[in-house]
Design a protein around this ligand. Sequence first.
Ligand code: SF4
Length: 576
Amino acid sequence: MKIIVAKTGGFCMGVRRAVDMVLQASTRNSPPIYTYGPLIHNPQVLSILNEKGISVMTEIPEKGEGTVLIRAHGVPPEAQQRLQDAGFRVLNATCPHVIKVQTIIRTHTRKGYASIIIGDKDHPEVVGLMGYANGKGRVAADIEGLSAIPLFEKGIVVAQTTQNSRLFQEIQAWARDNAPHYKIFNTICNATDKRQAEVRQIADSVDAVVVVGGHNSGNTTRLAQIVRESGKPVYHVETEEELPADAFASVQTVGITAGASTPQWIIKKVYRSCEGMLLKNEKSWRVMFFNLQRTLLWTSIYLALGAGSICYTGLKLQGFDYLSPPVLVSMLYIISMHTFNHLTGRKADRFNDPDRAAFYRSNRGILTALAVAAGAAGLAIASYVGPLAFLILLLMSVLGISYNLRLVPKQLHTGRYRRIRDIPGSKTVLIALGWGLVTSIVPSIMRSGAVPGGTLLVFLWSASLVFVRTAFFDILDIHGDRITGRETFPIVLGEASTMRLLKGILVLNMGVLFFSSLLGWISPLGFVLMLVSVLLYLSIAAYEQSRMSPGIGLEFLIESHLVLTGVLGWLSTLGS
Ligand code: SF4
């Protein structure tokens, strides 16, 4: 069983930019805020935007107030003028690639050229482009349509930015033979080109392909058409519910791609469905292993195991033999905080991990009891050991619990910073700090009431490892976080810069281990632990190069690096 997810699938730069602009407008501009036409054809996204006070305008009124965002497709210049004349503040989120095509048409129209647009005449982008042709524009969907248009003395040919690149090559060949005086502009955007090239490649290497996106989305339909031309079965679906139950009855490998306005969480839902359907073709032990992985991840038990492992090995690194109470406290704290935050942060989970959100919804009672019991047990052990460890753990617990809660009432402050989670990057930093403290500083205090230098090095090692793991998951959750307004590192810095940052941190992490062990500040086990950083580096690089797809398998693999620290720590004791 194998699923290949196209790296180029989902939100393109233009859609992402438009989403960012409208979310920014909702926090900076006074209401009302509108998008001229739906930003994305997805009811969940529209309802989230609605909750943020962003509604859809379908007709331009005579008079109005507030801000209107023009979507990535662009609009005819008259529509923009009418919006301004009506009294709206206009935010133009037209994609730069579309602006380029508009400019080509406008410039040539002024010089007396007629414009032929190869595309879908009803698509908003094409409607917008026609507005720049000043009545001298024509639309053709294919060669037949193009041949039916009378030849112009002066003409240009451009493409809708999401046009099929093979079709446009044929159009170019037709023009060379039939209208050599026409100026041809290949205006297909590179995101579209790459998406189409990748789906051709994927179709060659799998048994079936799922294309995710609106049935009325031109670019998604073209992706499905490309797969069809390859001879492989294709399922064009808007949601996972449209996948036929027997779709993969005799299939081993499936490819998934998606249109330019398909959010990642819908791709994820489809991925999970495909995973479940393909599992039916697998041997029973693989099904059991998959279910075990999922349960361990969803209940945060595997994470707690990771925390216990880091704590155990951190103590070993410092040569301490006082192990059980701190390891237990770290595990209880982590399971309690992560469960609690999944319970209170279900809105983002609804997009980022819908299955997990459903699991938390249906087991709310038992999971709340688990979070409370684990937190209380951790605090009880810490208080038994000493007041300082108890106080630090209590403070960390309060901070952890309040992360998703509104701390500043609306009456006092209506701005955006009302919860800790509203601070950009706070989630990743706080998780890393929390893990670092509970796996290094708290254990040292529990042991001797002091924090020696070696403990600070262990803190750095632990916090940096967890920072990388958390920020990596932020990259996977970028679309859901973007829509729900969470400003994580990938949203603030961009995906590519975050990847570079994570790799840099892992190199530093290895450096800390290497020099601290070399100088005798921590035990030689530090040399061995460099292996974990190397493997984590390779795993995120493999994802970056599309050699791994998001899903339970990848999540389990990333968390396994934390558990591996414990295995290596334990192995180091075998010879002694
Ligand atoms: S598909 Fe290309 S042109 Fe269209 S919005 Fe996305 S990036 Fe811009």
